[in-house]
Design a protein around this ligand. Structure first.
Ligand code: ADP
Length: 666
C-alpha cells in the first residue's frame, strides 16, 4: 500500500516529538512568565526597600559622626576649662591680683591661658575662637584664627568686648559646674556682621565656679561646623541629595545657596516644605527616623529623615538630616536587571527547546526507526532491524513487535500455501466442471438424438401393425389378435417413454423467468384435473400461495405431477386429500404437498426421484416413472431441492424449495 494512503489518518495525530516538545516548551515558557511576573511584581518594592535601607544606613553613620564631633567639642571645652591657668586666675583674683601659690599675677595666668587656647586652636582647626568671659560679661581673653591670613591671634586688650547682654552668657551662667551649654547653630558674626565666607558656627560654653561656689566666668569655644557638614555630605552617596536643618526645621545645609541659613537674612526656608514628614520628627523628640516616598518637582524621591539630639543638657536641641534619592535612578537599575533577566530567560528558553528536542528524539528515535523498518519491508522484516536488544519499554515494544512479525510471517506463509492449494483445487474444479458440462451436453444431445431416432422405427412398427390389422385382421385367430394387441400396447408405451425422455431433455431449455403466481397456477392445475378429482372424490386444499420468479411451464408441470401422484397413489377406501402450503425461508420459498395415500417405505425415499424408477407394477398403478425425475429437474432449475417424508398407509409429503430471485433481480 503506498504511503500516501496512510497520510490522512496519520495527519490528524501529532508525532511523539511534537507531543513532547510542545507541552515541554509551553511549560517552560509558562514557568518563566510566572517567575518574571513575580520578579516584576516584587522588584519595585524591593528596590524601594533597598534604597530606603541604604539611606537609613547613611544617616545612621552621619548621626554617629555628628555626635562624635559634638562629643569632641565638649571634651575640648572641658579640657581647656580644667587647665591650671583657670584656677590660677581664680586664686589671683581672690588675693588681689596675685596667686599666693606661686606669686603669678593675673596677667601672667591670662597669658598662660592664652598659650593653651592658641595651642588648642592649632590642634583643632574647626575651633575658631576660644574665650574666657568673666561672670560680669567682660571678655578676659579671646584667642581666634581671624588674624592676618587666618593666623591664630590673641585679641588685644582694647578689642575685648562686653558680652553681658549675650544670650549664651546668661544661659551658661545658669548652669551648674561641669554642665555645658550648646548654642543654636548660626552664621559666624563679628560685631553683628555675618563673616564671609559663611561659617556655620556652634558655641560650646561651660561655667567656672570658685572654691566658694561663686560664679567666676565662662569658657566658650566657637566651633566651625562647615567641615563637619562637609564630612556628613561625603558620607551621603554621590547620587543622593543631602540637606541639614536645625531643630526648627530651618535649613543649615542645602545645595541651593539661598536656602541655607535663610533665617539669618530674615527669610524662611523650611525642610517641612520639602519633606512634610519632618513635622512628625519635630513634634515627637523620641522619634529618630522617618522613611518614605514623596513627589517633589515632578520627581519621586525616596527619603530618610533623621533627628539627632546632640546636646546632653538639652534634649530639644537637634539636627535634622535628610538624605533622598531620585527613585527614577533606582528604577534605572531595575531596567538593567530586567534586561539581564530577559536575556537569561531567552537563554533558558533556547536551552530548554534544545533539551526538549534532544529528549524527544531520544524517545521517538527508536520508535521512528521501528516504523521505518515496518514501512519499508512490510511484514517481511528482519528482527535485526528492530532494537530488540534495548532495555526499558522500547526494547520490550520491539520484542513484542518482533514476536508479532514472526507470527505474522508464519501465518502469511501458511496462508500462501493454503491459497496455492485452493487455487489448484479451484482450477481442477473448473476443469471438471467444464468436462461435466461437455459430458452433459453430449448426453443431452445423445438423449435427444437417440429418442428422436428411436421414434422413427417405432412409428414404422406402429404403421405396419395398423396395416397388418387392416389387411389381415379378419384372418387372424383370437390368439394372433391378442399378440397384436400386446405389440400395439408396447409400441404405444415405448412412444410415451421416448416422449417423456425427450421432454425431460428439453425441460427448461426453452422458457424464460417470469413472475409466477403460484396460487393461480395451482388453481389452473386443479381445473385441468377437475374430472379426475370428481372421479376419485378427491380434494385439494391450498391458500395464500406466493408469487415467485420462475419458469411458468416447468412449475406447472411440477405441481401437476405431484398433485396427480397424490390422487393416483391413494388408498382404495380413503378419498384422497391433498394439502398444499408455502413458507418463507431466508432466500427461498419452501412448499409442501401432503397427501393421505398409500405412503412410501423409507428405503425408497432416494431413488423414486431417478428417471424410470417405479415402486409398483403397471397393472397396479399406471405410469412411466418419469414424473418425479421431472419434478427434481424443475426444482433444481430453480436453484432448489426436493425431498420426501412419508409413512406407509398414512400419507406422503413432498417438500421442495424454490429460490426467490426477485430481490436479486431488483
Ligand atoms: P409414475 O407415477 O409414473 O410411476 P413417478 O416418477 O411419478 O412415476 O413416481 C415414481 C414412483 O414413486 C411411483 O411409481 C410410486 O411408486 C412412487 N410414488 C410417487 N408418488 C407417490 C405418492 N404420492 N404416494 C405413494 N407413492 C408415490
Amino acid at each position: 500500500m503506498p504511503a500516501s494512503e496512510h497520510m490522512p489518518i496519520l495527519g490528524k495525530r501529532k508525532s511523539i516529538t511534537q507531543r513532547i516538545l510542545f507541552p515541554l516548551v509551553a511549560l517552560i515558557v509558562l514557568s518563566n512568565l510566572v517567575v518574571l511576573s513575580i520578579i516584576m511584581g516584587q522588584l519595585d518594592q524591593q528596590l524601594l526597600d533597598a534604597t530606603e535601607q541604604d539611606l537609613i544606613n547613611e544617616s545612621e553613620l552621619q548621626a554617629v559622626q555628628f555626635r562624635a564631633n559634638m562629643a569632641e567639642l565638649i571634651r575640648d571645652l572641658r579640657f581647656v576649662t580644667g587647665t591650671p591657668p583657670i584656677q590660677g586666675l581664680i586664686r589671683a583674683e581672690r588675693h588681689r591680683g596675685v596667686d599666693p601659690s606661686d606669686g603669678s599675677s593675673e596677667a601672667e595666668w591670662v597669658a598662660r591661658l592664652g598659650v593653651i587656647f592658641s595651642e588648642m586652636l592649632k590642634a583643632k582647626p574647626q575651633n575658631v575662637q576660644i574665650r574666657f568671659i568673666r561672670a560680669n560679661g567682660l571678655e578676659l581673653i579671646r584667642v581666634d584664627r581671624y588674624g592676618p591670613n587666618g593666623a591664630i591671634q590673641r585679641v588685644s586688650q582694647n578689642k575685648l568686648q562686653d558680652k553681658s547682654a549675650s544670650k549664651y552668657l546668661s544661659e551658661t551662667l545658669n548652669l551648674d559646674s561641669g554642665q555645658v551649654y550648646l548654642s543654636d547653630i548660626e552664621l559666624n558674626r563679628e560685631f553683628g556682621e555675618i563673616v564671609e565666607p559663611l561659617q556655620p558656627v556652634i558655641r560650646a560654653a561651660t561655667p567656672v565656679y570658685n572654691a566658694d561656689g561663686d560664679l567666676f566666668g565662662i569658657v566658650i569655644i566657637n566651633h566651625n561646623l562647615q567641615s563637619t557638614f562637609d564630612a556628613l555630605k561625603s558620607i551621603a552617596g554621590v547620587d543622593h541629595q543631602f540637606v541639614i536643618a536645625n531643630g526648627r526645621g530651618e535649613y543649615l545645609a542645602h545645595p541651593e545657596a539661598e536656602r541655607r541659613f535663610a533665617f539669618e537674612y530674615g527669610r524662611s526656608s523650611n525642610i517641612s516644605q520639602d519633606f512634610p514628614a519632618t513635622q512628625r520628627l519635630l513634634d515627637n523628640p523620641q522619634l529618630e527616623v522617618v522613611n518614605g516616598k514623596v513627589n517633589a518637582n515632578a520627581k519621586a524621591l525616596v527619603y530618610s529623615l533623621r533627628s539627632i539630639a546632640y546636646n546632653p543638657e538639652d534634649s530639644t536641641d537637634r539636627l535634622i538630616l535628610a538624605t533622598s534619592h531620585d527613585f527614577q535612578d533606582a528604577l534605572a537599575i531595575k531596567e538593567r536587571v530586567l534586561s539581564k533577566i530577559y536575556l537569561f530567560l531567552l537563554f533558558v528558553l533556547l536551552m530548554s527547546g534544545v533539551l526538549a528536542i534532544y529528549v524527544s528524539r531520544r524517545i521517538a528515535g527508536p520508535i521512528i526507526a521501528m516504523r521505518n523498518t515496518l514501512n519499508r519491508d512490510g511484514l517481511a522484516t528482519q528482527s535485526e532491524d528492530l532494537p530488540i536488544q534495548d532495555g526499558g519499554e522500547l526494547g520490550e515494544l520491539a520484542r513484542v513487535f518482533d514476536n508479532l512479525l514472526q507470527e505474522l510471517s508464519r501465518k502469511q506463509a501458511l496462508l500462501a500455501t493454503e491459497v496455492a492449494e485452493r487455487k489448484g483445487a479451484e482450477l481442477e474444479l473448473r476443469v471438471n466442471n467444464q468436462k461435466l458440462k461437455v459430458a452433459y451436453k453430449e448426453l443431452e444431445q445423445f438423449t435427444y438424438i437417440a429418442s428422436h431416432d428411436l421414434q422413427e422405427p417405432l412409428r414404422t412398427v406402429q404403421s405396419l401393425v395398423e396395416m397388418f390389422e387392416e389387411n389381415y385382421g379378419s384372418e387372424m385367430d383370437e390368439q394372433a389378435k391378442t399378440f397384436l394387441g400386446f405389440i400395439k400396447e408396447s409400441t404405444m408405451r415405448m412412444t410415451a417413454l421416448i416422449r417423456g425422455l425427450l421432454d425431460y431433455g428439453r425441460l427448461g431449455s426453452e422458457s424464460d423467468l417470469t413472475e409466477v403466481d403460484c396460487q393461480a397456477l395451482v388453481n389452473a392445475v386443479c381445473v385441468d384435473l377437475g374430472l379426475r378429482l370428481e372421479e376419485v372424490g378427491g380434494r385439494v386444499e391450498y391458500k395464500d400461495l406466493p408469487v415467485i420468479t420462475g419458469k411458468k411451464t416447468e412449475l406447472r408441470l411440477l405441481f401437476q405431477n405431484l398433485i396427480s401422484n397424490g390422487l393416483k397413489f391413494r388408498r382404495p377406501d380413503v378419498p384422497p386429500k391433498i394439502v398444499i402450503a408455502a413458507e418463507r425461508g431466508l432466500d427461498c420459498w419452501q412448499f409442501s404437498i401432503r397427501d393421505n395415500g398409500i405412503g412410501i417405505a423409507p428405503e425408497h425415499f432416494q431413488h423414486i426421484f431417478m428417471i424410470f424408477q417405479r415402486l409398483h407394477g403397471r397393472d397396479e398403478y399406471e405410469g412411466s416413472g418419469i414424473g418425479l425425475a421431472h419434478c427434481k429437474k424443475v426444482v433444481e432449475l430453480h436453484g432448489g431441492e426436493i425431498w420426501v417424508e412419508s409413512q406407509l398407509n398414512v400419507g406422503t409429503a413432498f417438500y421442495f424449495s424454490l429460490r426467490d430471485t426477485r430481490d436479486e433481480q431488483a
